[in-house]
Structure formats: structure tokens, C-alpha cells
Design a protein around this ligand. Structure first.
Ligand code: SAH
Ligand code: SF4
Ligand code: F3S
Length: 445
């Protein structure tokens, strides 16, 4: 009876912003009547949401495209679409079109809302449909979203970035910074709470500069205050915080607001003031160390995580020693570490004294080894304490256990009934690993 329901698959790479865009793509496809495919091989439409922050991210996409094209040779009706940060660069879009003429649709980051119309066009066209908008358009509200089920949801507060760190491609592919209006953000979060979500993560490349472009202007601190007042929302997180725009008012607001979790992701990038200057980060080593101290003084027990890059052009052994020293002084709860990778079109790619790959990889290994020791030691400090955990559900690595996160964003696994998913429980911590804590639910909890 009736026709087969068409199915889709969205495959996403890169940051949480891309993860959330993938939820919007899925939402748009579902409003067209598509259902999620049970496997990629079954799908009628496959969309790739790409990232270009480093070459490794791009290579994953080239590899995947090769596989998809082989699928298409078996199933001529398959529609392949490529979206995201990689395709927003016109020369890359053309390269995809030339190397993989089997791709049906290429779109960029500013015209995501055009997906339904473009898909329609692609189905009728023999040629690859390519549509890129070069100026960042207006903020488009009320697109359908198909969120990953659970208690936690991502909410955009700003799009784009104005910082132009000299190594970074993001401002070129995401455009200038645009803030959503506070009333739109609050409306979205209220409706998430009605749908049963209890934790939101506010997303922006630099959440601390939220609202500067609005009329009347708004601030991130005031936005947090308004969100904190939403009934039945339990936890508020946000990412990413740029150190330069992290002012005292914001620190005090975070300290005061009960729902804002004690975790700040505060990318430092480098510990050498000379390198920070070349990176155009807008702060130096002393400013960062002082900021960390002020945050810790105001927010007891706060967890700090960071991004660190090694091998930026001109980085000498003494600059790297400054990074190691900063890691030692701050003792980050966790760090994402990266080897600098030149991105075509960015100023750093043209800088002299590019660091040879073997030196980069030797430095990052030293950094990771030391940071891992610190992360593990800080996790071990939690043993013997009781932590408030928001239960997400079955642990991904061991379905016999539950998993959830502490307010400081530590992953905890523990035995318990699956019905606890979505609830807050007190967990007594019994063990610590590098990546997570182990525990048992408090009898009283
Ligand atoms: N807006 C965020 C970061 C977005 S990109 C911020 O400013 O913190 C995520 C991380 O990727 C960056 O923090 C940086 O450490 C890393 N990164 C960006 N460009 C890179 C490049 N060209 N090579 C290596 N790592 C890079
Ligand atoms: Fe890139 Fe810097 Fe903007 Fe972060 S703040 S997205 S690192 S330009
Ligand atoms: Fe990648 Fe784009 Fe995010 S380049 S890191 S997916 S903003």
C-alpha cells in the first residue's frame, strides 16, 4: 500500500555549530516528508556537512565523497548534497564539482535555509546545482530542527566571527558576527523546556561578544540572566568564550546565577605573548593568567578547559616552553590540542618561519603527555566526593551502565536503572580515568 517513505542521512564534521546545523538540515528534510535512513546504504538523500578548520577535516570529506560516488554508481536515484564550511569557499566548491560530477547539490553556510528548494532543483537537474551566497545574510529564524533526543539541546546565540585570528578560516566561511535577538533565543529555549529538555548549550564562536550588533544592544551577561529565569530549565552551558571579551561583569554574573554550570571553555591557543600577538588574539600571557585567577576566585570549583595549538609560524623552542609553563600554572581540567595547519587565504599561511612537521609533532606529543597527567590527576581529586549528575542514558561504551555529566562537564558512568535518564542524581565517585569518572548512586540521592 502507498509509496515507500523517502529517507535521508546527514553526516556532519567539525564543531558543535556544525552539529547543530546538521539538526536543522534533518529538520528541513523531515518537514519535506523524509525519514532518517536506517543505514547510509539505504538513504535516498545523503548530505555531508563539512568542516575546513584543518586539512585533516577536509581529507575525511574527500574520502567520504569517494565512497558515496561508488554508492551512487549502484543506485542512480541517490541524491548527494555537500554543505558547510568547506563548500562556502568557491574554489573548493568547484573542485568538488569537477572531481565528483556525481554530486547533485552544493550549498554554503549562509543559504542553509534554501535546502528544500535547492533539493527540489537538484532532483530535476542533470547538472550539479551550486548555490553559494557570498555575504552573510540575515539571521533566519524558525527553521525546523530535528534534535538528538535527550535532555540536552544546542541553541545558537551568534553566527560568524569578527576576530580574524591569523591562523583561522572560520571568519571567511561563516561571515561576520550576527547575534540572534534575545526574545528569539528565549522563545526557543522555553519551547525546548516544554519538549522536556533540561540543559542548553549556547553556541557562538565568541559568546562573550553577544549582542554588540543588536539594536538596542544586548550583553551576554544579561542574556544569561534572562535564561536563568526560565522555569524548569536546570542547566546552562555555553561555548566558546574568547578570553579578550571575558569581563568582570560576566564573571560575577556566572558566579551568581545558579543554573549556569561551573565550566568554562577558554581557548588560550599559546602561552607565549609573542606568538599570541602574531595570532592576533588580542591578549597576552599575563592577561590570560590574571583572568584565570579572577575566574577561579569568583567561581569556586570551576572547571577550565582550553584549546592549544603548537607549531604556529615562528614558534621557537622558548615559545613552546612558555606554553608548557602556562599549562603547568593553570592546570586545565582538559585541553584540545592541535598542530598548526596552514589554511589557504589566511595571513598565517603566508608568514615566514613555518615550523617543520617533525618539530610540530614532537612538541604536541610532549604537550599531550603532560596535559593527560594533569587531567587524570584532577579527575582523581574527585574520588570520594559526591557529584550532581544529569543522567543522559545508557553509556555509549558499556550499555550495562548509565552515563551523565557533572556540572563541571565531567563524564560519569555508574550502574542504575534506565528510567533515570533525564533525571538529576547524586553520584558518589569511586574511580577516575583520563576520560571519565566512575561512581555509584548515593542511597539518599
Ligand atoms: N571560536 C573558537 C574556536 C573555533 S576553531 C575560539 O576562538 O576559541 C577550534 C579550534 O581549532 C581553535 O580554538 C584552534 O585551536 C583550532 N584551529 C583553528 N584554526 C586552526 C589551524 N589553522 N590549525 C590548527 N588548529 C586550528
Ligand atoms: Fe577562529 Fe579566532 Fe574566530 Fe575562534 S575567535 S573562530 S579561532 S577567528
Ligand atoms: Fe569547522 Fe566550520 Fe566549525 S570550519 S570548526 S565546522 S565553524
Amino acid at each position: 500500500m502507498g509509496e515507500r517513505i523517502p529517507t535521508y542521512e546527514v553526516i556532519t564534521f567539525g564543531c558543535q555549530m556544525n552539529d547543530h546545523d546538521a539538526e536543522v538540515m534533518a529538520g528541513m528534510l523531515e518537514s519535506l516528508g523524509y525519514h532518517q535512513a536506517s543505514a547510509m546504504e539505504e538513504a535516498d538523500v545523503i548530505l555531508i556537512n563539512t568542516c575546513c578548520v584543518r586539512e585533516t577535516a577536509e581529507n575525511k570529506v574527500w574520502g567520504l565523497l569517494g565512497r558515496l560516488v561508488r554508492l551512487k554508481n549502484k543506485n542512480r536515484h541517490l541524491i548527494i548534497g555537500v554543505a558547510g564550511c568547506m563548500t562556502q569557499q568557491p574554489e573548493v566548491a568547484h573542485k568538488i564539482k569537477n572531481r565528483f560530477p556525481q554530486v547533485d547539490l552544493i550549498l554554503g553556510t549562509h543559504n542553509l535555509h534554501r535546502l528544500p528548494a535547492l533539493l527540489q532543483e537538484a532532483r530535476q537537474s542533470r547538472e550539479t546545482v551550486v548555490e553559494l551566497w557570498n555575504g552573510a545574510g540575515a539571521v533566519v529564524e524558525d527553521l525546523p530542527v530535528r534534535r538528538t533526543p535527550g535532555v540536552r539541546a544546542w541553541v545558537n546565540i551568534t553566527y560568524g566571527c569578527n576576530n580574524f585570528c591569523t591562523y583561522c578560516i572560520v571568519p571567511y566561511v561563516r561571515g561576520r558576527e550576527r547575534s540572534r535577538r534575545p526574545e528569539d533565543i528565549l522563545r526557543e529555549i522555553r519551547s525546548l523546556v516544554v519538549d522536556g529538555f533540561r540543559e542548553v548549550t549556547l553556541l557562538g564562536q565568541n559568546v562573550n561578544s553577544y549582542g554588540k550588533d543588536l539594536d538596542p544592544p544586548a550583553t551576554f551577561a544579561r542574556l544569561l540572566e534572562a535564561i536563568n529565569a526560565i522555569p524548569d530549565l536546570w542547566r546552562i552551558r555555553f561555548t566558546t568564550s574568547h578570553p579578550r571579551d571575558f569581563n568582570q561583569e560576566l564573571i560575577d554574573t556566572i558566579a551568581r546565577l545558579q543554573k549556569v554550570c561551573e565550566h568554562i571553555h577558554l581557548p588560550v591557543q599559546a602561552g607565549s605573548s609573542r606568538i599570541l600577538k602574531l595570532m592576533n588574539r588580542g591578549y597576552d600571557r599575563n592577561y590570560y593568567l590574571d583572568l584565570v585567577e579572577r575566574i577561579r576566585r569568583a567561581i569556586p570549583g570551576v572547571a577550565l578547559t582550553t584549546d592549544i595549538m603548537v607549531g604556529f609560524p615562528g614558534e621557537r623552542e622558548e615559545d613552546f616552553a612558555d606554553t608548557m609553563d602556562l599549562v603547568e600554572r593553570v592546570r586545565f581540567d582538559g585541553a584540545f590540542t592541535f598542530v598548526y595547519n596552514p589554511r589557504p587565504g589566511t595571513p598565517a599561511a603566508r608568514m615566514p618561519h613555518q615550523v617543520p612537521e617533525d618539530i610540530k609533532s614532537e612538541r604536541i606529543q610532549r604537550l599531550i603527555a603532560r596535559q593527560n597527567e594533569i587531567s587524570l590527576a584532577l579527575n582523581q581529586d574527585r574520588v570520594g566526593r559526591t557529584e550532581e549528575v544529569l543522567v543522559e542514558g545508557e553509556s555509549k561504551t558499556n550499555p550495562a551502565l548509565l552515563s551523565g555529566r557533572t556540572r563541571t562537564n565531567r563524564l560519569v558512568v555508574f550502574p542504575g536503572s534506565p528510567e533515570l535518564a533525564g533525571k538529576l542524581v547524586d553520584v558518589f565517585i569511586t574511580g577516575a580515568r583520563l576520560t571519565h569518572l566512575e561512581g555509584k548512586i548515593n542511597a539518599a540521592g
